[in-house]
Write a protein that binds this ligand. Structure first.
Ligand code: NAP
Ligand code: GDD
Length: 341
């Protein structure tokens, strides 16, 4: 029998799941992951490690399927990274968002408990700063203890999941960690999240692929944007600590969507000049006057969060975790990747 630790990652084909799979392979784990059946290949982010991992078809909403995968794999650690993770889409897919994000983790916890694996299997849940809602104007750093008033189906579904995790840890003495992650991005970020949307546009523009101007929604929103690789390392540290607890990971800086646009275009030597306001605001190439960015209300949300900024002191103190990548470097890495790929 192998001495390797066995891990099961849900959402292994996503941004964080694929990064975590690499990290755990490097650390000698036997890595299993759950992917969904799709009519096209959905393993682009894990193709380079395809032969080193074991994939299982599954869906978090399918209790029987999840239970049988856990029964077969008998993991030492489960990282639940699968989610309907797009906030704006959650307004259009409320029911499915709850089925996946809330019932999904409950299915995992129930399976582990009823299979008699409670003492063996540690469980990680990816919670989110969307759980806070509009509780700060940016002058106050969010912590693990801040008030939570989510304003999106996504945020509400994740807050319910967070409470379920706390309840399982307290009631059944299980090793369950639920950590609040502020926004984290990188080369593998999904194409419909704002940072990647901007980086990809700038990448194409640099190759002369000039179509219509970049269409964005709320330019004023501010986020605490970190680098996904740093966050996945933090997630791993939480699961190796001797007792389970909840931690918040953040950089402690917030920047607006407008600032991200400016820095991204700066990477290809373009300065942006903003003119107009609200729906009429536009971003021009300061030198040539070319129109590069337009506001399109199609990308507005029924309610948006204007500020998200977090204080990761607890993770610094207990786990020794620090984000290593600055905002400027993050933008550089994403644009450079978009230019070359
Ligand atoms: P992501 O790139 O969207 O990946 C999510 C993964 O979940 C995808 O592989 C997706 O599969 C899979 N998935 C979706 N619904 C599923 C279902 N019903 N059953 C099984 N798999 C399903 O997300 P991410 O950025 O890596 O985020 C990882 C986790 O952290 C998520 O839970 C997210 O909510 C949470 N989080 C992320 C951030 C962030 O800034 N990135 C911040 C806070 C919390 P397909 O590839 O087939 O779509
Ligand atoms: N997606 C998107 N597209 N967002 C836009 C756009 C646009 O064209 N224009 C402006 N925004 C604004 C959104 O209104 C939001 O205020 C901000 O940019 C960030 O949007 P996203 O990149 O979609 O991320 P998010 O903050 O809503 O959600 C991400 O972070 C959460 C943690 O706070 C996701 O990764 C969630 O899964 C995660 O939990």
């Amino acid at each position: 029998m192998s001495n390797k630790k066995v891990v099961l990652i849900t959402g292994i084909g996503g941004q964080d799941g694929s990064l975590l799979a690499e990290l755990l392979l490097e650390r000698g784990y036997d890595v299993h992951g759950i992917i969904r059946r799709a009519s096209n290949f959905n393993t682009q982010r894990i193709d380079h490690i395809f032969n080193k991992i074991t994939l299982h078809y599954g869906d978090l909403t399918d209790m029987g399927n999840i239970t049988s995968i856990i029964a077969n794999v008998k993991p030492d650690e489960i990282y639940n990274l699968a989610a309907m993770s797009h906030v704006r889409v959650s307004f259009e897919m409320e029911n499915y968002t709850f089925q996946t994000n809330t019932m999904g983790i409950l299915n995992i916890l129930q399976a582990v408990r009823t299979l008699g694996l409670s003492e063996k299997t540690k469980i990680y849940q990816a919670s989110t700063s969307e759980m806070y809602g509009n509780t700060t104007d940016g002058s106050k750093m969010l912590t693990e203890r801040s008030e939570m008033n989510p304003v999106s189906p996504y945020g509400i579904s994740k807050l319910a999941a967070h409470h379920i995790c706390n309840y399982y840890r307290d009631a059944y003495n299980m090793f369950v960690v639920s950590s609040v992650l502020l926004n984290h991005e990188g080369e593998r970020r999904g194409l419909t999240f704002v940072t990647q949307k901007i980086a990809q546009y700038v990448g194409k523009y640099s190759h002369g692929k000039i179509g219509k101007p970049l269409q964005l929604g709320n330019l004023n929103a501010k986020r605490d944007w970190g680098y996904a690789k740093d966050y996945v390392w933090g997630i791993y540290l939480m699961m190796q600590y001797d007792k389970p607890d909840n931690y918040l990971l953040a950089t402690g800086e917030e920047h607006s969507v407008r600032e991200f646009v400016e820095l991204a275009f700066n990477e290809i030597g373009i300065s942006i000049e903003w003119r107009g306001s609200g729906e009429d605001e536009r971003g021009y190439n300061k030198l040539t006057g070319d129109l590069l960015v337009e506001v399109n209300p199609k990308y507005y949300r029924p309610i948006d969060i204007e500020h998200l900024i977090g204080d990761a002191s607890k993770a610094h103190k207990v786990l020794g975790w620090h984000p290593k990548t600055s905002f400027k470097t993050l933008v550089h890495l994403m644009v450079a990747n978009a230019i070359t790929n």
